[in-house]
Design a binder for this molecule. Structure first.
Ligand code: AMP
Length: 367
């Protein structure tokens, strides 16, 4: 069994994964680390996990790490030097990497004698073509701060792209896909032959699609404008990270609530839904152009897997491009094709499983 940990600054999500039996295994979350009433630190939090496992020793531990920078482009066996290198990436991912490092250090203390492997959300995008990865800014400034498009959600997108090839019964190397990971965070990725060639999240996970509380794309002049209007840099960050997206537009960041309110006739929720789906359609068109030929559009994560309304609205009007959603299939369940049988482009729903993908990566390091 592989223990998979997703450690944040104040939470640790864990799941015990049997790589041969997806879906099996205990999971849970330890919250309020370092807060009143919660465990004092990540080591104490992991003792709770250890107790939950009732003394079962995992064969290996997989750690999800959001940002691998330029250094980590594949799953990496963790030693002291690798942990230090992940810590050194903190300026690129101040919200994410410190929690991951705290979780890794605590886990190496708690489950010391088994391989610990870090798996990075950026790694799947490490080979983005330079034309896609490069921002058109002063190249010396970009080099000084490591400013480029890194891309995120790569663990999910890589897994979903491989599963799509199985669903369509085609070799992964032949397929051109647009993968839409629509969860609390949301991104679009163009996948050519199993490799990421363009992706909507960039230097940070703020760029691109509209999200629960994040704006996605906007005019890059806006942060400067808001600061000259009197907001501090951290207030601007707070606005764009936590008070934007669907939450900013209609007061609800959760798609289920947005959808209920929209159906009940709430105009703000209706606009939030339209802005959300309009942005997705724009990216599908752009990535179709990037790929040249498109074999499938793939929906995954909480909204992508569960919202027929978002899937139908996002792809509405694209019939001329061979992209059509069949209403009956759209309302079904599980991994499936939801386009008509004769459609030029397959539209698919493929459930993601990031913990399973991480566990599979860990097994390659087991003796
Ligand atoms: P994730 O980050 O993948 O867990 O996805 C979270 C998002 O999925 C939230 O916006 C949820 O509202 C959304 N979601 C989950 N179930 C449904 C559903 N049945 N219909 C619409 N959205 C859903």
């Amino acid at each position: 069994m592989i223990l998979v940990l997703n450690s944040g600054s104040s939470t640790i999500k864990y799941r015990l994964v049997d790589p041969d039996d997806p879906g099996a295994g205990d999971k849970g979350v330890v919250e309020r680390i370092g807060e009143p009433g919660g465990p004092a630190d990540h080591t104490e939090a992991l003792r709770t996990v250890f107790d939950d496992l009732r003394g079962d020793r995992p064969d290996g531990v997989g750690h999800r790490v959001v940002h691998g920078g330029d250094r980590f482009v594949r799953p990496t066996l963790l030693d002291d030097a690798a942990v230090d290198a992940i810590r050194d990436l903190t300026p690129l991912a101040p919200l994410h990497n410190p929690g991951a490092v705290a979780g890794i250090e605590a886990a190496r203390r708690t489950f010391g004698d088994v391989p610990h492997v870090a798996v990075f959300d950026t790694a799947f995008h490490a080979d983005l073509p330079p034309a896609a990865a490069t921002y058109a800014i002063d190249r010396e400034v970009a080099a000084r701060y490591g400013i480029r498009r890194y891309g995120f959600h790569g663990i999910s997108v890589g897994y979903v792209a491989a599963r799509t090839a199985v669903l369509l019964d085609r070799p992964p190397g032949e397929l051109n896909l647009v993968v839409l990971h629509l969860g609390n965070g949301a991104s679009a990725t163009a996948v050519h032959g199993g490799r990421s060639v363009e992706t909507s999240m960039g230097f940070t996970p703020l760029e691109g699609l509209v999200m629960g509380t994040r704006s996605g794309d906007l005019d890059p002049a806006l942060p400067g404008f808001l600061q000259r209007a009197g907001m501090s840099p951290s207030e601007v960050d707070g606005l764009l990270q936590h008070r934007s997206g669907m939450a900013g537009l209609c007061g609800a960041g959760d798609m289920r609530t947005v959808d209920e309110r929209r159906v009940a006739g709430d105009a703000a929720a209706n606009l939030a839904f339209d802005v959300y789906c309009h942005r997705i359609r724009k990216y599908v068109g752009a990535y179709h152009a990037t790929l040249g030929r498109l074999d499938a559009v793939v929906f995954t994560a909480g909204i992508g897997e569960n919202s027929p309304a978002v899937r139908a609205a996002s792809l509405a009007g694209l019939d001329g491009w061979g992209i059509t959603v069949d209403p009956d299939r759209n309302n079904g369940k599980g991994m499936r094709v939801i386009s008509p049988p004769d459609a030029r482009v397959a539209v698919c729903v493929v459930p993601t499983d990031e913990e399973h993908a991480i566990a599979e990566a860990v097994t390659t390091f087991l003796p």
